[in-house]
Write a protein that binds this ligand. Structure first.
Ligand code: GAP
Length: 599
Protein backbone atom coordinates (compact mmCIF):
# COMPACT_ATOMS: atom_id res chain seq x y z
CA UNK A 1 0.00 0.00 0.00
CA UNK A 2 1.35 3.44 -0.93
CA UNK A 3 2.53 5.54 2.00
CA UNK A 4 0.48 8.69 2.65
CA UNK A 5 2.30 11.82 1.53
CA UNK A 6 3.70 14.95 3.19
CA UNK A 7 1.09 17.09 5.04
CA UNK A 8 -1.34 14.21 5.44
CA UNK A 9 1.47 11.90 6.57
CA UNK A 10 2.76 14.48 9.05
CA UNK A 11 -0.74 14.92 10.49
CA UNK A 12 -1.00 11.15 10.98
CA UNK A 13 2.40 11.05 12.65
CA UNK A 14 1.60 13.94 15.02
CA UNK A 15 -1.71 12.33 15.93
CA UNK A 16 -0.07 8.94 16.56
CA UNK A 17 2.59 10.60 18.72
CA UNK A 18 -0.12 11.95 21.00
CA UNK A 19 -2.37 8.85 20.88
CA UNK A 20 0.45 6.44 21.72
CA UNK A 21 2.26 8.64 24.24
CA UNK A 22 5.36 9.44 22.21
CA UNK A 23 5.14 13.24 22.28
CA UNK A 24 2.70 15.65 23.96
CA UNK A 25 2.44 19.40 23.74
CA UNK A 26 4.02 20.96 26.82
CA UNK A 27 1.54 22.49 29.30
CA UNK A 28 -1.33 21.24 27.13
CA UNK A 29 -3.99 21.76 29.80
CA UNK A 30 -3.16 25.50 29.71
CA UNK A 31 -3.26 25.71 25.93
CA UNK A 32 0.37 24.66 25.35
CA UNK A 33 3.57 26.69 25.13
CA UNK A 34 4.93 27.27 21.65
CA UNK A 35 8.26 25.53 21.07
CA UNK A 36 8.14 23.21 24.09
CA UNK A 37 7.33 19.49 24.06
CA UNK A 38 7.03 16.61 26.51
CA UNK A 39 7.81 12.97 25.84
CA UNK A 40 5.25 10.44 27.06
CA UNK A 41 5.95 6.88 28.24
CA UNK A 42 6.99 5.54 24.83
CA UNK A 43 8.74 8.77 23.81
CA UNK A 44 10.80 8.82 27.00
CA UNK A 45 12.00 5.25 26.30
CA UNK A 46 12.74 6.09 22.67
CA UNK A 47 14.77 9.18 23.53
CA UNK A 48 16.67 7.31 26.23
CA UNK A 49 17.53 4.55 23.73
CA UNK A 50 18.81 7.08 21.18
CA UNK A 51 20.96 8.83 23.75
CA UNK A 52 22.27 5.55 25.19
CA UNK A 53 23.21 4.30 21.76
CA UNK A 54 25.00 7.58 20.91
CA UNK A 55 26.76 7.63 24.28
CA UNK A 56 27.94 4.05 23.99
CA UNK A 57 29.12 4.33 20.40
CA UNK A 58 30.81 7.71 20.94
CA UNK A 59 32.44 7.07 24.31
CA UNK A 60 32.19 3.61 25.87
CA UNK A 61 33.03 1.69 22.71
CA UNK A 62 36.05 3.87 21.98
CA UNK A 63 39.39 4.41 23.73
CA UNK A 64 39.81 7.99 22.58
CA UNK A 65 36.63 9.73 23.81
CA UNK A 66 35.54 10.51 27.37
CA UNK A 67 32.33 12.02 28.71
CA UNK A 68 31.28 15.19 30.48
CA UNK A 69 28.10 16.39 32.12
CA UNK A 70 28.25 20.14 32.70
CA UNK A 71 25.81 22.64 34.15
CA UNK A 72 23.25 24.39 31.96
CA UNK A 73 23.97 27.85 33.32
CA UNK A 74 27.59 28.90 33.09
CA UNK A 75 29.64 32.05 33.56
CA UNK A 76 28.32 34.71 31.15
CA UNK A 77 31.88 35.37 29.88
CA UNK A 78 31.72 31.96 28.20
CA UNK A 79 29.12 33.34 25.81
CA UNK A 80 31.18 36.43 25.13
CA UNK A 81 34.20 34.28 24.28
CA UNK A 82 32.18 31.95 22.06
CA UNK A 83 30.61 34.86 20.17
CA UNK A 84 27.06 34.02 21.23
CA UNK A 85 26.47 37.34 23.01
CA UNK A 86 27.34 39.39 19.97
CA UNK A 87 26.48 37.19 16.99
CA UNK A 88 24.05 34.42 17.95
CA UNK A 89 21.06 36.07 16.39
CA UNK A 90 18.55 35.66 13.60
CA UNK A 91 17.22 38.57 11.58
CA UNK A 92 13.58 39.12 12.40
CA UNK A 93 10.81 41.29 10.99
CA UNK A 94 7.52 42.33 12.61
CA UNK A 95 4.18 42.86 10.92
CA UNK A 96 3.37 46.58 11.32
CA UNK A 97 -0.31 45.75 11.67
CA UNK A 98 -0.51 42.65 13.88
CA UNK A 99 3.02 42.74 15.42
CA UNK A 100 3.45 39.08 14.46
CA UNK A 101 7.15 38.23 14.27
CA UNK A 102 8.83 36.29 11.44
CA UNK A 103 12.34 35.14 10.75
CA UNK A 104 13.39 37.36 7.85
CA UNK A 105 14.79 34.43 5.85
CA UNK A 106 11.52 32.51 6.20
CA UNK A 107 9.27 35.09 4.53
CA UNK A 108 8.31 33.67 1.13
CA UNK A 109 8.91 36.03 -1.84
CA UNK A 110 5.64 37.44 -3.25
CA UNK A 111 4.40 39.35 -6.32
CA UNK A 112 1.56 41.86 -6.48
CA UNK A 113 0.65 45.56 -6.42
CA UNK A 114 2.07 47.56 -3.53
CA UNK A 115 -0.04 50.49 -2.29
CA UNK A 116 1.90 53.23 -0.54
CA UNK A 117 0.54 55.85 1.86
CA UNK A 118 2.49 58.85 3.09
CA UNK A 119 0.30 59.37 6.19
CA UNK A 120 -3.27 60.17 7.21
CA UNK A 121 -5.34 62.90 8.86
CA UNK A 122 -8.38 62.84 11.10
CA UNK A 123 -9.93 66.18 10.24
CA UNK A 124 -12.73 65.99 12.82
CA UNK A 125 -10.30 65.45 15.71
CA UNK A 126 -7.58 67.63 14.19
CA UNK A 127 -5.08 64.75 14.34
CA UNK A 128 -2.42 63.69 11.84
CA UNK A 129 0.06 60.84 11.36
CA UNK A 130 3.06 61.21 9.07
CA UNK A 131 4.05 57.53 9.38
CA UNK A 132 4.43 55.95 5.96
CA UNK A 133 2.73 52.60 5.38
CA UNK A 134 2.33 50.14 2.55
CA UNK A 135 0.19 47.11 1.73
CA UNK A 136 0.68 44.37 -0.86
CA UNK A 137 -2.41 43.22 -2.77
CA UNK A 138 -2.57 40.33 -5.23
CA UNK A 139 -2.67 41.38 -8.91
CA UNK A 140 -6.23 41.89 -10.19
CA UNK A 141 -7.64 42.52 -6.70
CA UNK A 142 -9.29 45.95 -6.02
CA UNK A 143 -7.42 48.47 -3.80
CA UNK A 144 -10.14 48.39 -1.08
CA UNK A 145 -8.38 45.74 0.97
CA UNK A 146 -5.19 47.86 0.95
CA UNK A 147 -7.16 50.90 2.10
CA UNK A 148 -8.89 48.90 4.82
CA UNK A 149 -5.55 47.67 6.16
CA UNK A 150 -4.06 51.19 5.94
CA UNK A 151 -6.98 52.65 7.90
CA UNK A 152 -6.45 50.01 10.57
CA UNK A 153 -2.77 50.99 10.71
CA UNK A 154 -3.59 54.69 11.27
CA UNK A 155 -6.38 53.87 13.74
CA UNK A 156 -3.74 52.07 15.80
CA UNK A 157 -1.88 55.42 15.80
CA UNK A 158 -4.85 57.24 17.38
CA UNK A 159 -6.77 58.45 14.31
CA UNK A 160 -10.40 57.44 14.69
CA UNK A 161 -11.49 58.27 11.10
CA UNK A 162 -8.31 58.35 9.05
CA UNK A 163 -8.26 60.01 5.62
CA UNK A 164 -5.44 58.34 3.75
CA UNK A 165 -2.87 60.66 2.21
CA UNK A 166 -0.68 60.30 -0.89
CA UNK A 167 -1.86 56.92 -2.13
CA UNK A 168 0.20 55.55 -5.02
CA UNK A 169 0.72 52.02 -6.30
CA UNK A 170 3.28 50.05 -8.24
CA UNK A 171 3.76 46.41 -9.22
CA UNK A 172 6.44 44.54 -7.25
CA UNK A 173 8.03 41.13 -7.75
CA UNK A 174 9.78 38.70 -5.46
CA UNK A 175 9.44 40.96 -2.47
CA UNK A 176 9.90 39.74 1.10
CA UNK A 177 8.90 43.07 2.65
CA UNK A 178 5.24 42.14 3.27
CA UNK A 179 3.43 39.82 5.67
CA UNK A 180 2.25 36.87 3.51
CA UNK A 181 -0.80 36.49 5.79
CA UNK A 182 -2.32 39.99 5.45
CA UNK A 183 -0.18 42.01 2.99
CA UNK A 184 0.95 44.52 5.64
CA UNK A 185 4.40 46.06 5.41
CA UNK A 186 7.01 44.45 7.71
CA UNK A 187 9.63 46.28 9.74
CA UNK A 188 13.21 46.40 8.48
CA UNK A 189 15.10 43.20 9.48
CA UNK A 190 16.64 43.50 12.96
CA UNK A 191 18.93 41.03 14.74
CA UNK A 192 17.30 39.12 17.59
CA UNK A 193 19.57 37.28 20.05
CA UNK A 194 18.38 33.72 20.53
CA UNK A 195 19.80 33.13 24.01
CA UNK A 196 17.29 32.80 26.85
CA UNK A 197 18.24 35.09 29.71
CA UNK A 198 17.89 34.53 33.41
CA UNK A 199 19.23 36.01 36.65
CA UNK A 200 21.42 34.11 39.07
CA UNK A 201 20.80 34.95 42.72
CA UNK A 202 18.08 37.03 44.35
CA UNK A 203 18.79 40.33 42.57
CA UNK A 204 17.60 40.87 38.99
CA UNK A 205 20.43 43.15 37.93
CA UNK A 206 22.66 43.37 34.83
CA UNK A 207 25.51 42.00 36.96
CA UNK A 208 23.52 38.86 37.73
CA UNK A 209 22.34 38.26 34.18
CA UNK A 210 23.12 34.85 32.79
CA UNK A 211 21.94 32.56 30.01
CA UNK A 212 20.50 29.10 29.59
CA UNK A 213 23.11 27.50 27.35
CA UNK A 214 22.24 27.61 23.64
CA UNK A 215 24.57 24.64 22.97
CA UNK A 216 26.37 22.08 25.10
CA UNK A 217 29.67 22.50 23.25
CA UNK A 218 31.05 25.49 25.13
CA UNK A 219 31.18 23.62 28.44
CA UNK A 220 33.45 21.08 26.78
CA UNK A 221 35.87 23.81 25.73
CA UNK A 222 35.70 25.48 29.13
CA UNK A 223 36.50 22.15 30.88
CA UNK A 224 39.06 21.02 28.31
CA UNK A 225 42.07 21.41 30.57
CA UNK A 226 40.45 19.70 33.57
CA UNK A 227 39.37 16.72 31.48
CA UNK A 228 42.76 16.45 29.82
CA UNK A 229 44.47 16.39 33.19
CA UNK A 230 42.34 13.68 34.76
CA UNK A 231 41.60 11.39 31.82
CA UNK A 232 45.14 10.38 30.79
CA UNK A 233 44.14 11.17 27.21
CA UNK A 234 46.35 12.99 24.75
CA UNK A 235 45.57 14.70 21.46
CA UNK A 236 43.91 13.34 19.33
CA UNK A 237 41.02 12.63 21.69
CA UNK A 238 37.45 13.71 22.22
CA UNK A 239 35.03 14.86 24.92
CA UNK A 240 31.36 14.00 24.50
CA UNK A 241 28.34 15.48 26.17
CA UNK A 242 24.56 15.04 26.02
CA UNK A 243 22.33 17.70 27.49
CA UNK A 244 19.64 20.31 27.24
CA UNK A 245 20.05 23.47 25.19
CA UNK A 246 17.73 26.46 24.88
CA UNK A 247 17.14 28.90 22.06
CA UNK A 248 14.47 31.55 21.93
CA UNK A 249 13.62 30.63 18.32
CA UNK A 250 11.57 33.28 16.54
CA UNK A 251 9.38 30.72 14.78
CA UNK A 252 9.36 27.27 16.37
CA UNK A 253 7.91 24.98 13.69
CA UNK A 254 7.50 21.57 12.15
CA UNK A 255 6.40 19.81 15.33
CA UNK A 256 9.49 19.25 17.49
CA UNK A 257 11.96 20.02 14.68
CA UNK A 258 12.64 23.61 15.74
CA UNK A 259 11.97 23.88 19.48
CA UNK A 260 12.95 26.37 22.13
CA UNK A 261 14.13 23.68 24.54
CA UNK A 262 15.88 20.65 23.08
CA UNK A 263 18.69 18.21 23.70
CA UNK A 264 22.01 17.97 21.94
CA UNK A 265 24.58 15.20 21.63
CA UNK A 266 27.91 16.83 20.92
CA UNK A 267 31.44 15.60 20.50
CA UNK A 268 34.47 17.87 20.43
CA UNK A 269 37.29 15.83 18.95
CA UNK A 270 40.62 17.57 19.49
CA UNK A 271 43.37 17.07 16.93
CA UNK A 272 46.87 18.33 16.27
CA UNK A 273 47.28 21.29 13.94
CA UNK A 274 48.49 20.15 10.52
CA UNK A 275 51.88 21.84 11.08
CA UNK A 276 52.49 19.62 14.14
CA UNK A 277 51.52 16.50 12.18
CA UNK A 278 53.89 17.41 9.37
CA UNK A 279 56.69 17.98 11.86
CA UNK A 280 56.08 14.61 13.55
CA UNK A 281 55.12 12.41 10.59
CA UNK A 282 56.90 14.10 7.70
CA UNK A 283 53.67 14.61 5.79
CA UNK A 284 49.94 15.17 6.38
CA UNK A 285 47.60 12.47 5.05
CA UNK A 286 44.63 13.92 3.15
CA UNK A 287 41.45 12.17 2.00
CA UNK A 288 42.01 9.72 -0.80
CA UNK A 289 38.54 9.68 -2.38
CA UNK A 290 35.20 9.42 -0.65
CA UNK A 291 33.98 6.91 1.95
CA UNK A 292 35.25 5.86 5.35
CA UNK A 293 39.02 6.32 5.63
CA UNK A 294 39.41 3.38 8.06
CA UNK A 295 41.17 3.21 11.43
CA UNK A 296 42.68 6.52 12.62
CA UNK A 297 46.33 7.06 11.76
CA UNK A 298 48.94 9.34 13.33
CA UNK A 299 49.49 11.26 10.09
CA UNK A 300 45.85 12.27 9.55
CA UNK A 301 45.31 16.00 9.05
CA UNK A 302 42.09 17.85 9.80
CA UNK A 303 40.51 17.01 6.42
CA UNK A 304 40.74 13.28 6.85
CA UNK A 305 39.61 13.47 10.48
CA UNK A 306 36.61 15.47 9.32
CA UNK A 307 35.81 12.88 6.66
CA UNK A 308 36.21 10.13 9.25
CA UNK A 309 33.65 11.72 11.56
CA UNK A 310 31.18 12.36 8.74
CA UNK A 311 31.36 8.67 7.81
CA UNK A 312 31.19 7.50 11.43
CA UNK A 313 28.05 9.54 11.97
CA UNK A 314 26.41 8.23 8.80
CA UNK A 315 27.18 4.69 9.94
CA UNK A 316 25.61 5.48 13.30
CA UNK A 317 22.38 6.62 11.67
CA UNK A 318 22.28 3.50 9.52
CA UNK A 319 22.89 1.33 12.58
CA UNK A 320 19.68 2.59 14.15
CA UNK A 321 17.59 2.02 11.07
CA UNK A 322 17.70 5.25 9.05
CA UNK A 323 18.37 4.04 5.49
CA UNK A 324 21.27 5.69 3.66
CA UNK A 325 18.89 6.97 0.98
CA UNK A 326 16.84 8.88 3.59
CA UNK A 327 19.97 10.88 4.51
CA UNK A 328 21.76 13.62 2.59
CA UNK A 329 25.38 14.66 3.10
CA UNK A 330 25.37 18.41 2.45
CA UNK A 331 28.72 20.18 2.20
CA UNK A 332 28.28 23.83 3.14
CA UNK A 333 29.44 26.21 0.43
CA UNK A 334 32.33 28.55 1.16
CA UNK A 335 30.00 31.52 1.61
CA UNK A 336 27.82 29.55 4.07
CA UNK A 337 30.69 28.57 6.39
CA UNK A 338 31.14 30.23 9.77
CA UNK A 339 34.27 32.45 9.68
CA UNK A 340 36.26 29.97 11.83
CA UNK A 341 35.13 26.80 10.03
CA UNK A 342 37.33 25.10 7.48
CA UNK A 343 34.53 22.75 6.37
CA UNK A 344 31.07 21.77 7.57
CA UNK A 345 28.92 18.86 6.50
CA UNK A 346 25.26 18.87 7.45
CA UNK A 347 23.63 15.47 7.68
CA UNK A 348 20.07 16.01 6.48
CA UNK A 349 17.12 13.68 6.92
CA UNK A 350 14.31 13.71 4.37
CA UNK A 351 11.49 14.69 6.73
CA UNK A 352 8.01 14.68 5.15
CA UNK A 353 7.89 18.47 5.68
CA UNK A 354 11.23 19.10 3.95
CA UNK A 355 11.28 21.38 0.94
CA UNK A 356 11.50 19.70 -2.47
CA UNK A 357 13.91 20.35 -5.34
CA UNK A 358 12.81 21.08 -8.89
CA UNK A 359 12.45 17.33 -9.56
CA UNK A 360 10.06 17.02 -6.61
CA UNK A 361 12.60 15.15 -4.45
CA UNK A 362 12.75 15.94 -0.74
CA UNK A 363 15.83 18.05 -0.02
CA UNK A 364 16.07 17.13 3.66
CA UNK A 365 16.47 19.11 6.91
CA UNK A 366 19.45 19.20 9.26
CA UNK A 367 19.85 16.41 11.80
CA UNK A 368 23.47 17.10 12.61
CA UNK A 369 26.34 19.36 11.64
CA UNK A 370 29.93 18.09 11.49
CA UNK A 371 32.27 21.05 11.51
CA UNK A 372 36.04 21.42 11.32
CA UNK A 373 36.28 24.46 13.61
CA UNK A 374 40.07 25.04 13.57
CA UNK A 375 41.50 26.16 16.95
CA UNK A 376 38.95 28.97 17.24
CA UNK A 377 37.03 27.86 20.35
CA UNK A 378 39.94 27.03 22.65
CA UNK A 379 41.80 30.12 21.45
CA UNK A 380 38.83 32.31 22.31
CA UNK A 381 38.61 30.87 25.83
CA UNK A 382 42.34 31.32 26.22
CA UNK A 383 42.03 35.02 25.33
CA UNK A 384 38.93 35.69 27.41
CA UNK A 385 39.86 33.69 30.53
CA UNK A 386 43.59 34.39 30.42
CA UNK A 387 44.16 30.65 31.10
CA UNK A 388 46.38 28.74 28.66
CA UNK A 389 44.54 26.22 26.49
CA UNK A 390 47.72 24.87 24.93
CA UNK A 391 48.80 21.26 25.25
CA UNK A 392 52.36 19.99 25.42
CA UNK A 393 53.14 17.36 22.81
CA UNK A 394 56.24 15.33 23.66
CA UNK A 395 56.44 13.85 20.16
CA UNK A 396 56.39 17.30 18.57
CA UNK A 397 59.10 18.55 20.87
CA UNK A 398 61.26 15.56 19.99
CA UNK A 399 60.58 15.82 16.23
CA UNK A 400 61.18 19.56 15.79
CA UNK A 401 65.01 19.66 16.14
CA UNK A 402 65.29 16.87 13.58
CA UNK A 403 63.64 19.00 10.85
CA UNK A 404 65.72 20.92 8.34
CA UNK A 405 65.90 24.64 9.06
CA UNK A 406 63.92 25.30 5.84
CA UNK A 407 61.15 23.01 7.03
CA UNK A 408 61.14 24.61 10.47
CA UNK A 409 60.85 28.07 8.88
CA UNK A 410 58.08 26.92 6.53
CA UNK A 411 56.00 25.36 9.31
CA UNK A 412 56.53 28.34 11.63
CA UNK A 413 55.47 30.75 8.92
CA UNK A 414 52.38 28.75 8.05
CA UNK A 415 51.36 28.39 11.70
CA UNK A 416 52.03 32.06 12.52
CA UNK A 417 49.97 33.17 9.53
CA UNK A 418 46.93 31.11 10.63
CA UNK A 419 47.25 32.46 14.19
CA UNK A 420 47.61 36.08 13.12
CA UNK A 421 44.68 35.77 10.65
CA UNK A 422 42.53 34.54 13.54
CA UNK A 423 43.68 37.31 15.91
CA UNK A 424 43.11 40.03 13.32
CA UNK A 425 39.62 38.64 12.59
CA UNK A 426 38.93 38.90 16.32
CA UNK A 427 39.81 42.58 16.26
CA UNK A 428 43.42 42.58 17.52
CA UNK A 429 45.55 45.33 15.93
CA UNK A 430 47.78 43.98 13.16
CA UNK A 431 51.07 44.61 14.95
CA UNK A 432 49.94 43.00 18.18
CA UNK A 433 48.43 40.05 16.29
CA UNK A 434 51.70 39.42 14.46
CA UNK A 435 53.71 39.56 17.68
CA UNK A 436 51.38 37.12 19.42
CA UNK A 437 51.32 34.84 16.39
CA UNK A 438 55.11 34.70 16.31
CA UNK A 439 55.13 33.79 19.98
CA UNK A 440 52.64 31.00 19.18
CA UNK A 441 54.92 29.73 16.39
CA UNK A 442 57.86 29.79 18.80
CA UNK A 443 55.78 27.77 21.28
CA UNK A 444 54.95 25.29 18.51
CA UNK A 445 58.65 24.68 17.95
CA UNK A 446 58.91 23.73 21.63
CA UNK A 447 55.97 21.32 21.47
CA UNK A 448 53.04 23.57 22.50
CA UNK A 449 49.89 24.36 20.53
CA UNK A 450 46.17 25.02 20.89
CA UNK A 451 44.40 21.89 19.57
CA UNK A 452 42.10 22.10 16.58
CA UNK A 453 38.68 20.49 16.79
CA UNK A 454 36.21 18.48 14.73
CA UNK A 455 32.69 18.82 16.10
CA UNK A 456 29.88 16.39 15.28
CA UNK A 457 26.84 18.07 16.84
CA UNK A 458 23.45 16.33 16.72
CA UNK A 459 19.98 17.04 18.10
CA UNK A 460 18.26 14.29 20.10
CA UNK A 461 14.76 15.62 19.41
CA UNK A 462 15.37 15.91 15.68
CA UNK A 463 16.72 12.38 15.66
CA UNK A 464 13.69 11.14 17.61
CA UNK A 465 11.43 12.85 15.06
CA UNK A 466 13.41 11.35 12.18
CA UNK A 467 13.17 7.80 13.53
CA UNK A 468 9.45 8.30 14.21
CA UNK A 469 8.86 9.54 10.63
CA UNK A 470 10.98 6.72 9.27
CA UNK A 471 9.17 4.09 11.35
CA UNK A 472 5.63 5.16 10.47
CA UNK A 473 4.05 2.76 8.03
CA UNK A 474 0.68 1.38 7.04
CA UNK A 475 0.03 -2.05 5.59
CA UNK A 476 -2.77 -4.60 5.37
CA UNK A 477 -3.25 -7.30 7.98
CA UNK A 478 -6.12 -9.68 8.80
CA UNK A 479 -8.40 -8.79 11.73
CA UNK A 480 -9.86 -11.31 14.24
CA UNK A 481 -12.20 -12.69 11.56
CA UNK A 482 -9.56 -12.84 8.85
CA UNK A 483 -10.83 -9.71 7.07
CA UNK A 484 -8.03 -7.46 5.80
CA UNK A 485 -7.71 -4.09 7.49
CA UNK A 486 -5.21 -1.25 7.54
CA UNK A 487 -2.54 -1.77 10.14
CA UNK A 488 -0.40 1.09 11.47
CA UNK A 489 3.06 -0.20 12.29
CA UNK A 490 5.94 1.74 13.78
CA UNK A 491 8.90 -0.08 12.25
CA UNK A 492 11.48 1.11 14.79
CA UNK A 493 14.82 -0.65 14.55
CA UNK A 494 14.85 -3.14 17.47
CA UNK A 495 17.95 -1.36 18.87
CA UNK A 496 16.00 1.82 19.55
CA UNK A 497 12.39 0.58 19.82
CA UNK A 498 10.84 1.94 23.07
CA UNK A 499 9.62 -1.54 24.06
CA UNK A 500 11.54 -4.60 22.88
CA UNK A 501 9.13 -7.42 23.58
CA UNK A 502 5.52 -7.84 24.63
CA UNK A 503 4.47 -10.90 26.64
CA UNK A 504 0.90 -12.16 26.36
CA UNK A 505 -0.92 -15.04 28.07
CA UNK A 506 -3.39 -16.31 25.45
CA UNK A 507 -6.30 -16.00 27.91
CA UNK A 508 -6.40 -13.93 31.03
CA UNK A 509 -8.92 -16.12 32.83
CA UNK A 510 -6.66 -19.22 32.84
CA UNK A 511 -4.42 -18.91 35.92
CA UNK A 512 -1.89 -21.48 34.58
CA UNK A 513 -1.37 -19.39 31.41
CA UNK A 514 -1.11 -16.14 33.38
CA UNK A 515 1.36 -17.67 35.84
CA UNK A 516 3.58 -19.01 33.04
CA UNK A 517 3.40 -15.68 31.14
CA UNK A 518 4.47 -13.81 34.26
CA UNK A 519 7.40 -16.21 34.65
CA UNK A 520 8.46 -15.44 31.07
CA UNK A 521 8.06 -11.69 31.71
CA UNK A 522 10.24 -11.96 34.83
CA UNK A 523 12.86 -13.98 32.93
CA UNK A 524 13.15 -11.28 30.24
CA UNK A 525 12.67 -8.12 32.31
CA UNK A 526 16.25 -7.84 33.64
CA UNK A 527 17.53 -8.01 30.06
CA UNK A 528 15.07 -6.01 27.95
CA UNK A 529 12.18 -3.55 28.14
CA UNK A 530 9.18 -5.87 28.45
CA UNK A 531 5.52 -4.97 28.17
CA UNK A 532 3.08 -7.40 29.76
CA UNK A 533 -0.48 -7.35 28.43
CA UNK A 534 -3.32 -9.76 29.22
CA UNK A 535 -6.32 -7.61 28.24
CA UNK A 536 -8.41 -8.19 25.09
CA UNK A 537 -8.30 -10.52 22.10
CA UNK A 538 -4.81 -11.59 21.14
CA UNK A 539 -5.10 -10.02 17.65
CA UNK A 540 -5.96 -6.67 19.16
CA UNK A 541 -3.06 -6.95 21.58
CA UNK A 542 -0.70 -7.56 18.62
CA UNK A 543 -2.08 -4.47 16.82
CA UNK A 544 -1.53 -2.29 19.88
CA UNK A 545 2.10 -3.37 20.01
CA UNK A 546 2.52 -2.89 16.24
CA UNK A 547 1.44 0.71 16.71
CA UNK A 548 3.83 1.13 19.63
CA UNK A 549 6.61 -0.30 17.44
CA UNK A 550 7.40 -3.30 19.69
CA UNK A 551 9.44 -5.60 17.45
CA UNK A 552 8.64 -8.91 19.17
CA UNK A 553 5.62 -10.52 20.79
CA UNK A 554 5.68 -13.69 22.89
CA UNK A 555 2.45 -15.62 23.43
CA UNK A 556 2.00 -18.27 26.10
CA UNK A 557 -0.69 -20.79 25.10
CA UNK A 558 -1.89 -24.26 26.00
CA UNK A 559 0.99 -25.85 24.07
CA UNK A 560 3.35 -24.00 26.44
CA UNK A 561 1.71 -25.89 29.31
CA UNK A 562 2.25 -29.20 27.45
CA UNK A 563 -1.45 -29.83 26.90
CA UNK A 564 -0.90 -30.92 23.27
CA UNK A 565 2.01 -33.20 24.13
CA UNK A 566 5.39 -33.01 25.86
CA UNK A 567 7.36 -31.92 22.75
CA UNK A 568 5.83 -28.40 22.82
CA UNK A 569 5.95 -27.99 26.59
CA UNK A 570 7.80 -24.83 27.64
CA UNK A 571 7.80 -23.40 24.14
CA UNK A 572 6.11 -20.12 23.17
CA UNK A 573 5.05 -18.36 19.98
CA UNK A 574 7.51 -15.66 18.98
CA UNK A 575 5.89 -13.15 16.60
CA UNK A 576 7.94 -10.71 14.58
CA UNK A 577 6.27 -7.31 14.12
CA UNK A 578 7.29 -6.46 10.54
CA UNK A 579 6.74 -9.81 8.83
CA UNK A 580 4.05 -10.97 11.31
CA UNK A 581 5.74 -14.40 11.09
CA UNK A 582 5.31 -16.66 14.09
CA UNK A 583 7.56 -19.47 15.20
CA UNK A 584 7.78 -21.83 18.16
CA UNK A 585 10.73 -21.14 20.43
CA UNK A 586 11.86 -22.74 23.69
CA UNK A 587 11.50 -20.38 26.66
CA UNK A 588 15.12 -21.10 27.59
CA UNK A 589 16.24 -19.90 24.12
CA UNK A 590 14.27 -16.64 24.27
CA UNK A 591 16.85 -14.41 26.02
CA UNK A 592 19.62 -15.21 23.54
CA UNK A 593 17.26 -14.99 20.53
CA UNK A 594 15.97 -11.57 21.53
CA UNK A 595 19.22 -10.07 22.75
CA UNK A 596 20.90 -10.93 19.47
CA UNK A 597 18.34 -8.72 17.67
CA UNK A 598 18.27 -5.73 19.98
CA UNK A 599 21.98 -5.25 20.68
N1 GAP B 1 27.73 23.42 18.76
C1 GAP B 1 27.23 23.54 17.43
C2 GAP B 1 25.79 23.73 17.35
O1 GAP B 1 25.11 23.92 18.34
P1 GAP B 1 23.84 23.83 15.64
O2 GAP B 1 23.81 23.46 14.17
O3 GAP B 1 23.33 25.15 16.00
O4 GAP B 1 25.35 23.64 16.08
C3 GAP B 1 23.45 21.37 16.38
O5 GAP B 1 23.06 22.72 16.46
C4 GAP B 1 22.22 20.49 16.31
O6 GAP B 1 21.33 20.79 17.38
C5 GAP B 1 21.38 20.68 15.03
O7 GAP B 1 21.90 19.93 13.96
C6 GAP B 1 20.04 20.16 15.50
O8 GAP B 1 19.99 18.76 15.42
C7 GAP B 1 19.99 20.59 16.96
N2 GAP B 1 19.22 21.84 17.08
C8 GAP B 1 19.66 23.10 16.91
N3 GAP B 1 18.67 23.98 17.11
C9 GAP B 1 17.57 23.27 17.39
C10 GAP B 1 16.20 23.61 17.71
N4 GAP B 1 15.80 24.87 17.78
N5 GAP B 1 15.33 22.60 17.96
C11 GAP B 1 15.73 21.31 17.92
N6 GAP B 1 17.00 20.94 17.64
C12 GAP B 1 17.91 21.90 17.38
Amino acid sequence: MAEPKTAELMEKIVSLCKRRGLIFQSSEIYGGLNGFWDYGPLGAELKRNLKDRWWRSMTQWRDDVVGLEASIIMHPRIWEASGHTSTFSDLMVDCLLTKKRFRADQVEPQNGIAYFYSGATDDGAGKESKDAFSVLVARGKPPESARKAAKQFYQQRGLENPNLAGERSEPVENTTRYNPENGSLLTEPRPFNLMLKTYVGPVESEDNKSYLRPETAQAIFAQFKNVLEVSRQKVPFGIAQIGKAFRNEINPRNFTFRSREFEQMELEFFIRPDEAIEAICGQVAKPNGSGHPGEPQANWGWQIWHQYWVEERLRFYESIGLPRNSLVEYWQKKEELAHYAKATVDVLYKFPFSKRDEKGELIGEELEGIAARSDFDLSQHQRFSGKPMTVFDEELKAAWPKLSSEKQAELRECYAKARSDYLIRMGEPQEKAQKLAEADAEALSKGYYVPHVIEPSAGVDRLALAVICNAYSEDQAPDEKGKMETRVVMRFHPRIAPLKVAVFPLLKNKPELVKKAQEVRDLLRPLLTVFYDEAGAIGRRYRRQDEAGTPFGVTIDFDTLGEQGPELKDTVTLRERDSMKQERVKISDLPARLLEKVR
